[in-house]
Each structure stands twice: as structure tokens, then as C-alpha cells.
Design a binder for this molecule. Structure first.
Ligand code: TMP
Ligand code: ASP
Length: 256
């Protein structure tokens, strides 16, 4: 399904399209069904994913707003779109990890599922062409991607988000293994630059395992060809109590 094309398209990513918003300083974030993994090497479509991620991300961004985390989310417009504040995206992916999985397991030879001695925060440079390399603070400040104060702010927001979401997911029987965030800059009412949470939080960029069975309920089902991908996203929405009626039919996954 293609997004409506009347509005000016500002940016098209792998899972979302950003359109010009109705007011200056706003954008419309459209959630696609497209899924990619391993830096675009694996591609597919998970029908209904965009609808579910729009709802799941709305729910989580509202909850984070309630605990005082500033986010770009303004309101959900329809099944696939939400109104967000326009930000200047900081070209970093901020990953928080509680349990070893994915690239951390591979890098350090840690068995998947090993509980980490403490939560670990990592930064990656957002560049598809380079495969999102991991970077240190030194690279971030030397190349001007963010200032030391901005790095501190992203770290402290990420830790707060991790604490809050760990509890939220545990409450619905899910273990928050890891997740990825993106932040952006806005100018506040006093003309100061401020960092707010942008992008989305959904099973596309979290690892969520059932607490009892360790069943994976996230994009690893797509990455690892485990099947029942859409059903897993639906299950997360169902447990959060936000299952949208329109995606009650079975979801299908098609791979290119
Ligand atoms: P990783 O183990 O592959 O580094 O992924 C860590 C977390 O970040 C996992 O929840 C998936 C998420 N992630 C993204 O959302 N986008 C990405 O491009 C990558 C590499 C990971
Ligand atoms: N989102 C990234 C990609 O499209 C990586 C991933 O999520 O595995 O390739």
C-alpha cells in the first residue's frame, strides 16, 4: 500500500515516510509495512505492520511523555499516520541493552540470553552506506554529530526510558532485551536547543521476549525466518491493550 502522494514528501526511510505537516515545524510520519534487516540485505513486507507500529509507538510515546520524557509525538491522525514535531535528527542510533542478543552476542561471544551485569548504552553512526558502525564519544564530538552535553542528555534520557519501559513490558509478561532510539534537536520557547526523542518505539526496534517461554515477539522473527512475524507484533499490541480492530485478520508476511 502506498502513502497518499498529495503532500510533499520530505524523506523516505526503510519503514516510514515523512511528509510535510499541516503547520510549520510539524511533519506527518507514515508507517509502511516494509521490513528490512541486516542493513537492507533482507527485505520483505509484513502486512498490517505499519498499522500496529503506529499504535504501539503512539502508546509508548504518550506514556513516556507522561513521565516527563520530551518526544516528537503530537497525535495519531489515522491508522498509519501520526503528527510529529519536526526535529533536526542527530545522526546516531542509541542502543540500550539489558540482555545479550544480536550484534552484542556476536561481538563478544556472549550466549544469547545472558543477563548483562548492568545496562549498556551504545552509539552507532546512522549511515546505511557504512552499515551503521559503532562509534565512541570521541568520534561523535570530533565529527560534530553531537556535543558532550548532548551525549550526556541522550544517555540520561535513554537510561530513564530503559527503566520505565523495562517495567512497562514486564507488566505484560515481556522482557525488554534491547532497543534502539533516535533523538533530534528542536528550538524551545526560550530559543535554546533541546533534545527530544524522535522516530518510533515498536517491535521493529526493540527485542521483546515472553518472560515465561522466551518466545521472540519482535523483528528477530523476520530477521531469523522464525515465521508468525505479524502475529508477534499483534500479540505485543494485544498485551498492551491497544489491538486495533482493523488488523484483527491474520497478518501475512511476504519476502522478496
Ligand atoms: P543489534 O543487536 O543488531 O545491534 O540491535 C540492537 C537493537 O537495536 C535491537 O533491538 C534492534 C535495534 N536495531 C534497530 O532498530 N535498527 C538497526 O539498524 C539495528 C542494527 C538495530
Ligand atoms: N533496520 C536495519 C535494516 O534495515 C537493521 C535491522 O533492524 O536489523 O537493515
Amino acid at each position: 500500500m502506498l502513502p497518499r502522494t498529495r503532500r510533499r514528501r520530505i524523506y523516505e526511510g526503510k519503514a516510514k515516510v515523512m511528509f510535510e505537516g499541516p503547520e510549520p515545524g510539524t511533519l506527518i510520519q507514515y508507517f509502511k509495512d516494509d521490513a528490512t534487516a541486516f542493513n537492507n540485505q533482507k527485505r520483505g513486507t509484513i502486512s498490517g505492520k505499519g498499522v500496529l507500529n503506529n499504535r504501539i509507538s503512539e502508546y509508548i510515546m504518550i506514556k513516556l511523555g507522561e513521565i516527563g520524557v520530551p518526544t516528537h509525538f503530537m497525535k495519531r491522525l489515522n491508522m498509519r499516520e501520526q503528527l510529529v514535531r519536526q526535529v533536526e535528527i542527530i545522526p546516531l542510533e542509541v542502543v540500550a541493552r539489558n540482555v545479550a542478543a544480536g550484534s552484542l552476542s556476536k561481538r563478544f561471544g556472549l550466549a544469547e540470553g545472558t543477563v548483562l551485569p548492568r545496562s549498556v548504552i551504545e552509539f552507532y553512526y546512522k549511515s546505511d552506506a557504512l552499515g551503521d558502525p559503532m562509534v565512541a564519544d570521541e568520534h561523535i564530538t570530533a565529527f560534530g554529530w553531537a556535543t558532550p552535553a548532548e551525549i550526556d542528555e541522550m544517555m540520561s534520557l535513554t537510561l530513564r526510558i530503559n527503566d520505565y519501559l523495562t517495567g512497562l513490558f514486564l507488566g505484560i509478561g515481556l522482557r525488554l532485551v534491547d532497543f534502539k532510539l533516535e533523538f533530534g534537536r528542536v528550538i524551545d520557547e526560550n530559543d535554546n536547543l533541546r533534545i527530544i526523542l524522535a522516530d518510533e518505539i515498536s517491535p521493529d526496534n526493540c527485542r521483546l521476549w515472553d518472560v515465561k517461554t522466551n518466545e521472540k515477539l519482535d523483528k528477530d522473527r523476520f530477521r531469523q525466518d522464525l515465521g508468525q512475524v505479524g502475529e508477534a507484533y499483534q500479540e505485543v499490541a494485544r498485551r498492551l491493550g491497544i489491538m486495533p480492530e482493523a488488523s484483527a485478520e491474520p497478518l501475512k508476511i511476504e519476502q522478496e
